[in-house]
Design a protein around this ligand. Structure first.
Ligand code: UT7
Length: 400
């Protein structure tokens, strides 16, 4: 009996989805005692996206996931495993991965969720990679998707300014030819277990009128402690993954970090003695989208021409747990495929099947109701434009 040849792993597909509605710092200034100046100088965030009432983590993840499958040039049923990383699942059960599977029309894959908070995508990537090298799967869809705006306390200025919604995904595929060197590093430090947490709704404190009254279904965070952990860990985790690939930090062309705070990214750059242009940054436009942050940033980096075949990339993430994780890989795919994959999937064509009694609960936090009711950016409501206004006021194009 001859042993099966070792399988290598390649990243073949990538995709992202961001809801259309934008929550700006000016909007937050009207909700809590904060300022655009404070938010920009302490975090680098200028705006974040907010999911509409009909959207969920599964629906956003399905759009990003299908885009990644199309980018990879695969059929939906070529996917034999779906891993969804999220801390904001549609339900406690079934898994969000099961809902994504049905929404994209896949009939062949096993599907499950991973829970590692903002490091979830990197943990999902590691899981997918192990399934492929272990011979258990050939094409794995890894999705990071989050709908955090429904779990924020819009009276707590230290958390509500940070987070936003969105989804990103990759496809990892088995290859028989040897892959370039790669490395993965994962860590968990339970000392940080209560530094970022969602107190109620689990078996320790099941949902009750009491937990609702105490506001225990919203995210809580010790910002300073989390910040310290992040700046300590991100660089060491990234370095460890790079070392497993046989690289030093100087060999790395682009680092795609978790987009939590520009100051954290700058501190990592300083710690690694690397210039900021080696880091991809989009925290200004999305805020912190937790497990979706790295795959959204990856898709934007590739689709905007920042990544070429042969480039050495490192993804680094940290989050509640405290968890952290990093992936070092050499890029092998054709970057030109990304925009094609993105354009080939329209969000309105994806539906997540709903339970028969759905519609009884309004998912939108009252503080965001006004934001979500206004016209989408770039689509001006022209129905009440007064006659006699200049021509440029009559075209939606004139507003951006
Ligand atoms: O994916 C992982 C998720 N978490 C993170 O990545 C968070 C990591 N932590 C951070 O990014 C930062 O700690 C924050 C951005 C959350 C806070 O920045 P900071 O520089 O650590 O501020 P701080 O918590 O030390 O607060 C400084 C001051 C405080 O006022 P006093 O006590 O000095 O009078 C806060 O009350 O800033 C105040 N503050 C605000 N002021 C205006 C806190 N939030 C705000 C706000 N607007 N939104």
């Amino acid at each position: 009996m001859t042993a099966a040849p070792p399988r290598s792993v390649r990243l073949t597909g990538w995709g992202r989805y961001a809801p259309a509605q934008v929550l700006t710092n000016a909007d937050l200034e009207r909700m809590v005692d904060t300022s655009d100046e404070w938010i920009v100088s302490r975090t680098g965030i200028r705006e974040r996206r907010v999911a509409a009432a009909h959207e969920t983590s599964a629906s956003m993840g399905a759009v990003a996931g299908l885009r990644a499958i199309r980018t990879a040039g695969l059929e939906v049923n070529d996917i034999d495993l779906i891993v969804v990383a999220t801390l904001t699942p549609d339900y406690w059960m079934p898994s969000t991965a099961a809902l994504v599977k049905e929404a994209i029309g896949n009939t062949t894959a096993a599907a499950f969720d991973v829970a590692a908070a903002c490091s979830g995508f990197v943990y999902g990537y590691a899981t997918a990679s192990a399934y492929i090298t272990g011979g258990l799967a050939r094409n794995v869809l890894v999705v990071g998707t989050e709908l955090l705006t429904r779990f924020l306390d819009y009276s707590d200025r230290s958390t509500c300014i940070l987070f936003g919604d969105g989804a990103g995904a990759v496809v990892l595929s088995a290859a028989e030819e040897p892959a370039p060197p790669a490395g993965i590093e994962l860590t968990t430090d339970p000392q940080g277990a209560y530094m970022i947490w969602l107190p109620a709704g689990g078996s320790k404190a099941p949902a009750s009128s009491d937990t609702v009254a105490r506001g225990q279904h919203k995210i809580r965070m010790e910002g300073r402690e989390t910040y310290r952990f992040a700046t300590r860990t991100l660089a060491s985790t990234g370095l460890a993954a790079a070392a497993k690939a046989g690289w030093t930090q100087r060999d790395v062309d682009l680092i795609i970090p978790h987009q939590a705070n520009i100051r954290i990214i700058e501190a990592v750059a300083k710690g690694l003695d690397l210039p900021m242009d080696r880091f991809f940054v989009n925290v200004d436009r999305y805020g912190n989208t937790s497990a979706a942050s790295v795959p959204i940033a990856l898709a934007e980096a590739v689709n905007s021409g920042r990544v070429r075949p042969g480039d050495k990339l490192v993804f680094i993430a940290f989050g509640a747990g405290f968890t952290s994780g990093a992936v070092a890989l050499e890029w092998t795919a054709d970057p030109a495929r990304g925009p094609l994959g993105e354009a080939s999937v329209r969000p309105e064509d994806i539906t997540v099947r709903q339970p028969v009694d759905w519609g009884s609960v309004d998912p939108i936090p009252p503080a965001l109701a006004e934001i979500l009711a206004r016209p989408l950016p770039g689509h001006m409501d022209l129905s009440n434009v007064a006659p006699g206004e200049p021509a440029h006021a009559q075209t939606a194009d004139s507003i951006r």
